[in-house]
Design a protein. Structure first.
Length: 157
């Protein structure tokens, strides 16, 4: 399955945040929208780099009108530990059922050391206030990714 395309409206799914509270995706939006990024696993090297980059740039993203949320299949308990350990200043969504990953098309076959398995392909979506995708980044590398997202958001102004 391919990721959602630019211009496509995102379903207003009910999601579970870091604290285990259920909310609608729409309720997580900033003034102009939401940067939602999908990552494989809490407390792994690449995922920590990416989360910390979003943490460090959260103020700049918020100033541009965008909130940030990360999504993985980890439990809320794992998200709470990850948030505390890294001082994250945004919510993480626990998608243990995989529904959110499926809807965004990021749960796909991956290959690691010659073995194929299903997993989250590191991807980011910029969603507007109307829940339409403004920009998507598929199969990204953790290093430098947030800088690219920020540069693109500044151009969208």
């Amino acid at each position: 399955m391919a990721t959602l395309d630019v211009g496509k409206k995102v379903p207003n799914l009910t999601v579970k945040t870091t604290q285990g509270e259920e909310t609608k995706l729409q309720d997580l939006l900033g003034k102009k929208g939401l940067v939602i990024y999908f990552y494989p696993k809490d407390m792994t090297p690449g995922c920590t780099i990416e989360a910390c980059d979003f943490r460090d740039n959260f103020g700049a993203l918020k100033k541009l009108g965008f909130a940030v949320v990360g999504v993985s299949k980890d439990s809320t308990k794992s998200h709470q530990k990850f948030t505390e350990k890294e001082g994250l200043n945004f919510d993480l969504i626990s998608d243990e059922s995989g529904e959110v990953c499926e809807k965004f098309g990021v749960w796909r076959e991956k290959s690691f050391m010659g073995k194929k398995h299903m997993g989250i392909v590191r991807s980011t979506f910029v969603i507007g206030a109307d829940l339409k995708i403004l920009k998507s980044y598929d199969n990204v590398k953790a290093n430098g990714h947030v800088d690219k997202v920020l540069a693109d958001l500044k151009e969208m102004k």
